[in-house]
Write a protein that binds this ligand. Sequence first.
Ligand code: KG4
Ligand code: ZN
Length: 305
Amino acid sequence: MHGAWGGVVPEIAAREHVGAVNRVLAAALAQAQVPWADIDGIAVTAAPGLIGSLLVGVAAAKTLAWVYRKPLIGVHHLEGHLCSALLADPHLEPPFLCLLVSGGHSSLVWVPAWGAYQILGQTRDDAAGEAFDKVARLLGLGYPGGPALEKAAQTGNPKSYPLPQGKIAEAPLDFSFSGLKTAVRRLCEKFPPEALPVADIAASFQHTVAEALVQRTLRCAETVGARTIVAVGGVAANTGLRSRLQTEAGARGWQVVFPPLSLCTDNAAMIGCAGGLRLQRGHVSPLTLTPRSRLALTACDELYR
Ligand code: KG4
Ligand code: ZN
């Protein structure tokens, strides 16, 4: 539905949420075979995101919480991504450094304890996933761009075209992907459309993004003395990034945790997991919970007041 428009259309997303929410809920309960009596709480994404979609989910969750007399737990979307690593390694314990790379965010988050977040680096412009989506469009690969670009890159040579990593001298832990995107656009313009070396450009771009992410992550881990690195978010599904990070961190004797591929991109399991952790600590949202299109990860405690 969104592919036809080259990206997510907020109005379509909100309407589809209305149409799908009851069916999805019924299917999930049937598949899990869990009776309501065994459900401890209702977790729901409350911020940040497209407000129309958030409103549908929050209204549904409040209704369920009210009808079944269960605690309501509003979850910050990025805390959900962070907790997706727990679905791969249930024994994961802070402190750890998290590389959080999605379609809307690219950050290095230091996690000294669950719920305590310190942003040590972030993007100055495009998020990593956004850069994948924009470059995939330049290469005519369609939407969503990340998986399509990764597939195209498989047959390309990552060393074909040197591209800029977007280093920021005064902020070595920050990212910038807009210069890289412009460099790819200029490169594409040098070729007639029918002779565009799609695989080589895709591989060179993917290699450059992975290097930018991995080098800053390693530098950040050294700065804070992290020995465990967690990589989450849609872009953490990228096998090029996964193998680079695994190799480099492994060589230093550090542990790396990735969610399984299917739980890197947005999913409900990670929201349930984050909600469960909050509930264990007694954090519950009021039934007056209001979804927010913007909310910093460092301010996510506001969802429990
Ligand atoms: O976390 P996510 O599902 O949604 C947001 O919270 O934004 O991330 C979606 C982003 C998209 O930009 C998509 O192109 C990117 O993750 N993505 C990938 C891959 N799979 C998804 N990027 C690179 N390689 C992939 N395999
Ligand atoms: Zn996400």
